[in-house]
Design a protein around this ligand. Structure first.
Ligand SMILES: NC(=O)c1ccc[n+]([C@@H]2O[C@H](COP(=O)([O-])OP(=O)(O)OC[C@H]3O[C@@H](n4cnc5c(N)ncnc54)[C@H](O)[C@@H]3O)[C@@H](O)[C@H]2O)c1
Length: 443
């Protein structure tokens, strides 16, 4: 099959490359000329484990090409995936300009029947809008399908190759057949392809992301309460997650979720509900609570050192919103940095992959270091904002020698509080602070 993918971001590039890997002829196009020329040379413009090898193999086998010309890419294609960005608009709803612009361009470029698949995360009802726009521009038959994507950055290839489920929104038999054919190679272990109407498919994506965001937020709040009463959230988390109805994933408390999806999708679902006169109190609270959680470490630091941090330096490990990505969108590290700089502190930071993106955002407001150890040279305390594996077992003696005082504020709970205590560190974490912040009897 000849498949065109519009948008060469995390989703479009991974999806297109994986389709090529199963034997299809795939054209991926993007408006960003620089990105396209980078990809044509076999380089990936962002960090995603395992993607580069697949990309190079499929370019060499001539199953995967990149371009900027949508007309050329649509002519002769049987299926076109829309995988462009849907960032947050000023109102908090999803900005659909890219998606609707691409719909128009696809309509203008069609030379025959086409299945158009919307993979971008879009508010309920968008597939209908896309179909209307395309039909206004062409007399060729078009079938619009909703196919939300559930991959995670950092494990995107694995997730795409072995999805838990694929969701397809369509009422059309022919489109259903085409989509089954495309996804069958990825569904060999009995994980289901779930067919439904477009509205339900669009809603499924938001419901999934918002539920995950709410789970994280719930445990953040439980962790904060654990600190207030003197309980240990790790023990609570394991015991709660052992209930088969609950499960263990997405129960790790921390400094709040970030990234290009959860924050904007939570807000967009809230705006969709408002537009339909429905009040989603849990969703509103999730967003509000998460914004507050991003400030938990600055709050702890002020408790420890007072509100004026002039003359103090903090080492910061981790800038990306999570490990195994260089994505800085809505990263909690940015809020932590802002708060500490505002209080007069200096920051020395390191991230294994996100230094380039962080530099573009932060310029010379902080010092970027060559290694995690270098950040600690002369720092008053160490802050951990992202749980990269390589931060989990540092040389603690070396840390103690480098830091001006042995204080660690761990926003990801990567160390054992007892061990840290034995090693002589003043260790503050999330929900496991051994009565440090608790008030007896809630007084
Ligand atoms: N990143 C994720 O983990 C993830 C997971 C699931 C779903 N999604 C959703 O998938 C969509 C894409 O996300 P992403 O992370 O890949 O975005 P991204 O920002 O990484 O990439 C989007 C790409 O679309 C291109 N683009 C924008 N307008 C275009 C146009 N008119 N024509 C051609 N190309 C255009 C941009 O240049 C960019 O390269 C979003 O709706 C997002 O919410 C993302």
């Amino acid at each position: 099959m000849h498949i065109t993918v519009v948008g060469a971001g995390y989703v479009g590039l991974v999806a297109g490359t994986c389709f090529a890997e199963t034997g299809h002829d795939v054209s991926i196009i993007d408006v960003d000329k620089h990105k396209v020329s980078t990809l044509q040379e076999g380089e990936i413009p962002f960090y995603e484990p395992g993607l580069k090898d697949l990309l190079i193999r499929n370019i060499r086998q001539k199953r995967l090409v990149f371009g900027t010309d949508i007309r050329q890419a649509i002519a002769g294609a049987q299926v076109a995936f829309i995988a462009v960005g849907t960032p947050q608009a000023e109102s908090g709803s999803a900005d659909l300009r890219n998606v609707l612009e691409v719909a128009g361009a696809i309509g203008d470029a069609m030379t025959g029947a086409l299945v158009v698949v919307n993979k971008s995360t879009v508010p309920v009802g968008t597939a209908r809008k896309v179909e209307q726009i395309i039909r206004q521009r062409t007399s060729h038959p078009v079938r619009v399908v909703s196919n939300p994507e559930f991959l995670k950055e950092g494990a995107a290839v694995e997730d795409f190759m072995r999805p838990d489920r694929v969701v397809i929104g369509t009422d059309d038999e022919e489109a259903r057949h085409v989509m089954t054919d495309i996804y069958a190679p990825f569904m060999r272990t009995n994980n289901p392809i779930l067919f439904m109407d477009c509205l339900s498919a669009e809603m499924t994506k938001y419901a999934s992301n918002c539920l995950l965001a709410a789970r994280i937020t719930f445990m953040n709040e439980i962790a904060n309460l654990c600190d207030a009463v003197g309980a240990d959230v790790d023990l609570v988390r394991v015991a709660v997650g052992s209930d088969k109805r609950i499960g263990h994933s997405f129960l790790f408390p921390g400094v709040g979720y970030g990234g290009s999806c959860f924050p904007k999708d939570v807000r967009a679902l809230d705006r969709t509900a408002e537009a339909h006169g429905v009040h989603l109190s849990l969703i509103k609270a999730t967003d509000e609570s998460n914004e507050s959680q991003k400030r938990i470490l600055p709050r702890r630091i002020f408790q420890e050192f007072g509100p004026d941090l002039s003359g103090m330096t903090f080492a910061l490990w981790g800038l990306a919103f999570k490990p195994r990505t260089d994505d800085m969108r809505e990263a909690p590290s940015l809020v932590i940095i802002d708060e500490l700089l505002r209080a007069g502190a200096a920051i020395r930071a390191f991230d294994p992959e996100a230094m380039g993106n962080a530099r573009r955002i932060l310029g010379n407001r902080i010092t970027f270091c060559e290694s995690n150890y270098q950040t600690c040279e002369g720092a008053d305390a160490l802050i951990i904002a992202t749980e990269w594996n390589e931060f989990r077992r540092p040389d603690f003696d070396r840390l103690k020698r480098l830091l001006r005082r042995p204080a660690i504020f761990d926003g990801r709970n990567i160390f054992d509080p007892n061990r840290m205590h034995e090693l002589g560190f003043d260790y503050v974490c999330i929900g496991r602070n051994r009565n440090r912040f608790s008030r007896p009897d809630g007084q």
